[in-house]
Write a protein that binds this ligand. Structure first.
Ligand code: HEM
Length: 404
């Protein structure tokens, strides 16, 4: 059980007399630095007891993963050269000659996979529990934006940086995606002054983390004001929030559980990173090859294989995000019990099955070459990277030197 209301609010102020000596002795708990200067006890507000269970700590575990990715990313950045003609060599150098470099890169790589896993499980938990319903609809919208930014922004740009054949293939798809954005895509895809992979690196380390932090701030604020949702079973499934007398846990206990599970989870990731290095494929040749994408994007590769058109991948991403965003508008009753939301559960299961099905098909099917030559006619991506010195050879997107 949690702390008493008094200790939660940090209001122990009474004093007593030490037997015989008459000196006043304070019964207040010793105030640590954080309590004195940051009122840390104000975070110890009541939350439902189930806040300590793994299902209700998945968001927090994902957040700890972001912090670890940020920390290891800052270290990686000291050794990574984003210029297309040097990126691959700098990644190789880090892995082969910098002490601990291979582990650092592998940890960043595996932690990214681990965060995608907990993020998807977190999404599944809130979807099955109908937590997108009022009053938590805005929390859900912020979550959908977080998913889009984390997966199709941060994770995707991360796969391009190492600049091997897989990265090249990813960049080709990115260029195709930009075309669907019209003039904005032309602007984002322009390589007038800076090559495209340097732009993606800049987004990976500045714009996207900033966006994530802003969205996380909104998400956490909303989680705080609405508190954790009641369980979606029994009579509580129609309650927007538990009554105060049933909030028998505390936020600090919830946080401690998150930290405990996260320590175990990312500890295992650390061991995995030691045992299995992060992959680095063949250097870019400038030719497209038949390479399958990382597992979170396999379903999209499967769709592209079957339709033979790359824009169908972009439409599939848009359809998924729109469907998620529409969930609270389509499923409007107050009951969150999954058994009484059969239609929603059926649509959710169908989408999940389709994604798993396309992924399995893509994993089993032989690698297939997807041609993208036609794009060059519409967007000039071969301009030199950042302001070359007059005597220096410049390079194109593929890292191949060519004369100015
Ligand atoms: C960047 C990724 C995300 C992080 C770090 C994150 C973090 C969190 C945290 C810490 C909580 C408190 C409860 C818990 O730990 O489970 C939470 C709750 C919530 N999240 Fe997320 N979240 C993320 C993405 C998402 C996504 C993708 C969705 C859905 C589309 C979502 C929807 C919600 C909702 C509706 C709640 C309220 C849950 C409740 O009251 O039971 N979040 N999130």
């Amino acid at each position: 059980m949690g702390a008493t209301e008094g200790s939660r609010l940090g209001k122990h102020t009474s004093t007593t007399r030490d037997g015989g000596h008459g000196k006043p002795v304070s019964t207040a708990p010793p105030q640590g630095f954080l309590e004195r200067y940051a009122r840390i006890s104000s975070l110890d507000y009541p939350v439902p007891e189930h806040g300590r269970t793994p299902a209700y700590t998945l968001g927090g575990i994902s957040f700890v993963g972001f912090v670890l990715l940020f920390a290891t990313g800052v270290l990686l950045q000291q050794f990574f050269d984003p210029a297309p003609e040097r990126a691959y060599a700098s990644v190789e150098h880090l892995g082969k000659t910098v002490p601990g470099g291979a582990w650092l890169r592998a940890f960043h790589y595996w932690a990214a996979q681990a965060v995608v896993v907990t993020l998807l499980l977190h999404l599944a938990r809130v979807f099955v529990g109908g937590v997108y319903k009022a009053p938590r609809t805005l929390t859900w919208f912020a979550g959908v934006a977080l998913l889009a930014t984390a997966l199709f922004g941060s994770y995707f740009t991360g796969t391009v940086l190492k600049w091997d054949q897989e990265s090249f293939d990813a960049l080709m798809h990115y260029r195709e995606g930009l075309k669907l954005l019209g003039p904005l895509g032309t602007f984002l895809g322009s390589t007038e002054a800076v090559s495209l992979n340097v732009k993606l690196f800049a987004s990976h380390v500045t714009l996207l983390p900033l966006l994530l932090v802003l969205l996380l701030a909104a998400h956490f604020y909303l989680v705080h004001v609405h508190n954790l949702s009641p369980l979606p079973f029994g009579k509580d499934s129609t309650l927007a929030a538990l009554p105060p007398d049933r909030m028998t846990g505390t936020f600090m206990e919830h946080t401690r559980s998150i930290l405990l599970y996260a320590a175990i989870y990312y500890g295992l990731v650390g061991v995995l990173a030691w045992a299995v290095p992060a992959p680095l494929g063949a250097p870019v040749t400038g030719e497209e090859m038949s390479i399958k994408p990382p597992w979170p994007f396999l379903w999209l590769y499967g769709i592209e294989n079957l339709t033979g058109r790359m824009d169908t991948m972009m439409h599939a991403i848009a359809a998924l995000l729109i469907l998620l965003a529409l969930a609270p508008l389509l499923d409007r009753g107050i009951d969150r019990h999954p058994a009484r939301r059969k239609g929603t559960m059926a649509v959710g299961a169908a989408v999940l099955l389709a994604i798993v099905g396309f992924s399995l098909y893509a994993a089993i099917a032989p690698p297939q070459l997807h041609h993208h030559e036609h794009m060059d006619m519409e967007m000039d991506m071969t301009a030199p990277a950042a302001m070359p010195h007059p005597e220096e050879p410049t390079h194109d997107d593929t890292g191949h030197p060519h004369s100015p």
